[in-house]
Design a protein around this ligand. Structure first.
Ligand code: FAD
Length: 357
């Protein structure tokens, strides 16, 4: 059996972020780390975006930052632009992220990569696990989506402003919006996003949805598809258990904000926390996003499940003339005043009804 001080199960976003953070701060000079990752090569497979409310190690992997975003309700023209200079919206290219980290880790002789856990002594190591386990998947809400990154022949995007949520599309009794990240005037990532249970295939004709959105919103442009991504983020917590010699990280470690699906920056905060406390890891208090967010997100998702048709208006109200407080709240950095400003904007009766149910 091979012996290691630390084993990271899953070399995806959370596993690699943690390994990089430990290596960067010289925490692996005297310790041996094994990373278990089944994929045979790393290629760009995700586009991670977030409001930059805290620092992270990957500024050099940022594809673009924006200071403006808008939301659009059904049947309306895009609304006024919301500004976010203080917390710019950043997008990270996972291809650059994987390359930066793997190049860095390969230089340390104490870091080993395996594609299976067989033959490693788990009992004598401290384990960081990023492989989530799910129960009753079909009874929960997911954020599922598909995106095309396209280059158009003629300029057709406003590259200064992202469309965070464009609800001007068919809802089919669920919550559906388009998300547009304009990298330049002729290049953008366009995603169709649903919040629903993940077992309804009638919502998954994603290619058709995106093509028709591009045609009707950007004057039927000629374009090429450079890249495609598809995924589903669970809006519920996985069932991974915590043991004495194990900490769950990433999605498995409940780092996803359930009301939004944002996870990337929470993973970075969690990695920093582990690195700062690595010398007392066995007795470490578990890192959490905050109880108030867990409670408020649960109520929010109950309302969403019962009143999907009300959600575009609710999302719109959260941001309307309130963007900085909303960003802090959705990035779990809000204070009581920020929280109240969001709660007071909610339609009271449906939230009270949902609480009573
Ligand atoms: C397409 C997509 C886009 C997203 N965009 C955003 C975004 O814009 N902003 C945001 O904040 N969040 C986003 N998320 C959510 C979240 O940030 C990502 O899912 C993120 O990758 C989660 O990191 P993770 O390490 O938990 O999981 P992963 O990155 O999926 O890593 C898990 C790793 O475990 C490996 N693995 C699987 N099975 C095993 C096994 N049995 N043994 C060992 N290893 C195994 C996998 O190969 C994988 O590399 C997105 C998610 C997806 C799917």
């Amino acid at each position: 059996m091979k012996e290691f001080d630390y084993i990271i199960i899953g070399g995806g976003c959370a596993g690699l972020s943690l390994a990089y953070e430990l290596n960067l701060h010289n925490k692996l000079n005297q310790k041996k780390l094994a990373i278990i990752e089944p994929r045979s090569e790393y290629v760009r497979d995700k586009t991670w975006s977030f409001w930059k409310v805290s620092s992270h190690n990957f500024e050099d992997c940022v594809k673009k930052s924006w200071s403006n975003f808008n939301l659009r309700l059904e049947g309306s023209v895009p609304t006024q632009v919301n500004q976010c200079q203080k917390y710019p919206y950043q997008t990270i290219d996972s291809g650059l992220f994987y390359k930066k980290i793997t190049d860095n880790l390969k230089k340390n002789k104490n870091i080993y990569f395996f594609n299976k856990i067989d033959g490693l002594n788990i009992k004598n190591s401290f384990v960081f696990n990023s492989v989530p386990e799910f129960e009753n998947q079909d009874s929960h809400l997911w954020q599922h989506f598909c995106g095309y990154e396209i280059t158009t022949k003629k300029d057709c995007f406003n590259d200064k402003t992202i469309a965070l949520m464009d609800f001007n599309c068919e809802q089919k009794n669920n919550v559906h919006f388009f998300y547009v990240l304009p990298f330049s005037k002729n290049k953008a990532l366009i995603e169709t996003t649903w919040i629903s249970k993940n077992n309804d295939n009638s919502l998954k004709d994603y290619d058709l949805q995106i093509k028709s959105y591009i045609k009707s919103n950007f004057f039927n442009p000629e374009y090429e598809i450079n890249y495609k991504e598809e995924g589903a983020i669970p809006l519920f917590y996985p069932s991974n258990s915590n043991k004495n010699n194990k900490i769950n990280i990433g999605t498995a470690g409940c780092m996803t904000r359930l009301s939004t699906g944002y996870t990337f920056l929470n993973i970075q905060d969690h990695s920093k926390y582990i690195r700062m406390n690595i010398d007392k890891i066995e007795n470490l208090k578990r890192f959490e996003l905050g109880k108030k967010y867990k409670i408020l997100d649960k109520i929010f998702l109950n309302v969403l499940m019962e009143n999907p048709e009300k959600m575009p208006d609710i999302f719109y109200k959260i941001f309307h003339r309130n963007e900085l407080k909303a960003i802090k709240f959705l990035s779990n950095k809000s204070n009581l005043i920020d929280d109240l400003s969001i709660i007071l904007k909610m339609p009271k009766w449906i939230f009270i009804k949902s609480l009573l149910n």
